[in-house]
Ligand binder design. Sequence first.
Ligand SMILES: NC(=O)c1ccc[n+]([C@@H]2O[C@H](COP(=O)([O-])OP(=O)(O)OC[C@H]3O[C@@H](n4cnc5c(N)ncnc54)[C@H](O)[C@@H]3O)[C@@H](O)[C@H]2O)c1
Length: 338
Amino acid sequence: MGSNQVCFVTGGAGFIGSHLCEALLRGGREVVTLDNFDPFYDPAIKHRNLQAIEAAMQNEGIEPSRFRWVEGDIRDRELLESIFTGLKEAGKQITIIHIAAKAGVRPSIDNAPLYTEVNIVGTQNIFEMAKSFDVKKVIYASSSSVYGENKKVPFSEEDLVDYPISPYAMTKKANELLAHTYHHLYGIDMVGLRFFTVYGPRQRPDLAISKFTRMVDHGETIPFYGDGSTRRDYTYIDDIIEGVLAALRYIEKESSVYEILNLGESQTTTLQELVAHIESAVGKKAIIDMLPMQPGDVPQTYADISKARRLIGYDPKTLIEAGIAKYVEWYRAQEYGY
Ligand SMILES: NC(=O)c1ccc[n+]([C@@H]2O[C@H](COP(=O)([O-])OP(=O)(O)OC[C@H]3O[C@@H](n4cnc5c(N)ncnc54)[C@H](O)[C@@H]3O)[C@@H](O)[C@H]2O)c1
């Protein structure tokens, strides 16, 4: 990679962002990341994610100066301007990969205005930086939640996504609208990636697989929302990262790009099956407390990934049993309670 190129990644201390930074560095790139260590879950976990990146760099002989992290908020325009000014003065050609967000469907119902502030205004700030600092390539994280209660499966990028059922989903759809506006007006190439429930090492502690693994392991009762028949397309982190890297190669090669792509595994697992996989990987039985479905939860997600296959060569490979086994192996290797 030419030394004048840099990837500006937001949310690089989080679950997906930290794996992405690591993969970019491994691929020879220079990375600057901005993360505010949002207290949505323990910021100590995010510091450990950054330490893991630094340890991998050291092990693999990656020049430390190729990675820099800044603690700060995407809502802070002044800070963003100073970072982008610095990169421009250093003669860098910047590509943005915008991953930071307030994640989580259920907490978004409790604090919708905050989700709007971070996920919509914060995203617009990032797009404004692209406009002001002549950044021509932007990739950003969207979500399968934009499909809401879509009945038709698998979900295709062609489907209408005008009916979100949570504030979180609404903000992700709004990001796609913002992206189109900035693409149309300022010629910024934009790829939005609709991630389908991502899991694997460093997974957010609020998500089902990490929560259930911990609870089954500790013999705690699992709150089980619904009758266990809800289905998710669970996507292993390595497949997601391959997808983001493929999108990056694509956006760098092409011009006049405005695309939205599903990144899923394109296989679905019921909640009941998920628990069975976790039980077998952990080697213990789950104790389950059946509760009613939660508002905001969608009954199913299932990605049609033919567009991503065709356009960027996306080719996910991890079956759920294998992915859960890898997750549990990682969970066991942690010395701190994730
Ligand atoms: N994990 C999934 O299953 C999934 C599914 C669909 C979409 N996504 C999207 O992928 C992205 C990453 O999700 P994740 O699971 O890694 O979540 P995460 O919470 O682990 O990562 C998000 C990171 O963004 C940072 N952040 C939050 N607010 C910020 C702010 N105001 N300024 C700067 N940084 C801020 C957080 O501190 C965190 O490190 C998000 O955009 C999320 O909406 C995730």
